[in-house]
Design a protein around this ligand. Structure first.
Ligand code: NI
Length: 226
C-alpha cells in the first residue's frame, strides 16, 4: 500500500529545513545494509552532523500532526529521520528492499514495517529522481511537491531513478507499525478512510457508524502489538 500525504511540512518549516541543509556537509551513503549498499549512490547527512537534532525535531513535530499518517502507518516507533541528496554525480539508488531491523539509540531494535520519504526539493528543480515502488497493484512512480510525504511497505522493492539534472533533497525514515502485517494495515486503512468519510456525511452519533467504529477498534486490538 502506497499512500501520499500532502503538505506535511508548512512552508515555514520547509524553508527552515532547506536553509539548514544548504549549510550541510554531505557524506557518502552509509545507512544501507549489505544488499542495499551495493545499489546506493547518493549522499547523506552524517549521524554526527550538528544540524541533525534541530532538523529531526522539525520533521518529527510535523509527522505528529498528521492524522493521515496515523491512519496509513499506525506508527509505534519511528527511527530518527535522516536526510539525503542526489545530484547528477551521485545520482541514484538502485532496486532494493530496506533492512528488516535497525538499531535504535537505546540499543534495542526497530522492525522496519513502513518506510517514508519526505520530498524537500520542488519537482521542477530536478529531472529524474522518482521514487519507484513495486506494490501488489503494480509499480508506482512518485515525485511529490516539496513538503509532501509518501509511505510504503519497507519490504517492497523500490528505487530512486537517476537524477539527470539539478538536486533532489529528501528526508527518509523507517517506522515500526503497531500492525506488522501489510495486508492487515491495508484493511485498517481502507476501513478508517471510509469511516472518516461516513462520519462527515452522517455525523458521529449514527448508530451503525458507532458499531462499525467499534469493529475497527476491535480489529486494531486483535492485530496490534506493542
Ligand atoms: Ni530504501
Amino acid at each position: 500500500m502506497v499512500v501520499t500525504i500532502d503538505n506535511v511540512l508548512t512552508p515555514e518549516e520547509l524553508a527552515a529545513v532547506c536553509g539548514q541543509l544548504r549549510k550541510a556537509s554531505w557524506s557518502e551513503g552509509i545507512s544501507a545494509g549489505p544488499q542495499a549498499r551495493l545499489a546506493k549512490r547518493n549522499q547523506q547527512l552524517a549521524e554526527d552532523s550538528p544540524l541533525l537534532p534541530e532538523l529531526r525535531k522539525i520533521v518529527l513535530r510535523a509527522l505528529n500532526r498528521s492524522s493521515l499518517l496515523i491512519t496509513a502507518a499506525l506508527p509505534y516507533k519511528i527511527l530518527p529521520p535522516n536526510f539525503n541528496r542526489y545530484t547528477q554525480a551521485k545520482s541514484h539508488y538502485g532496486p532494493h528492499t530496506d533492512s528488516s531491523l535497525r538499531p535504535l539509540p537505546d540499543g534495542s531494535y526497530l522492525r522496519t514495517d513502513v518506510s517514508a520519504t519526505l520530498f524537500l526539493s520542488q519537482p521542477e528543480a530536478y529531472d529524474g529522481g522518482e521514487l519507484s515502488i513495486e506494490d501488489t497493484y503494480g509499480c508506482h512512480r512518485i515525485k511529490l511537491p516539496a513538503g509532501s510525504l509518501v509511505v510504503y511497505p519497507s519490504g517492497s522493492i523500490h528505487e530512486v531513478t537517476p537524477v539527470i539534472r539539478g538536486e533532489r533533497l529528501g528526508c527518509y525514515m523507517f517506522m515500526q507499525s503497531l500492525v506488522k502485517d501489510t495486508e492487515h494495515r491495508r484493511h485498517l486503512y481502507d476501513m478508517d478512510m471510509a469511516l472518516i468519510a461516513l462520519r462527515e456525511k452522517y455525523g458521529d452519533g449514527d448508530p451503525h457508524l458507532i458499531r462499525l467504529t467499534g469493529l475497527y477498534n476491535n480489529l486494531v486490538r486483535r492485530w496490534s502489538e506493542c
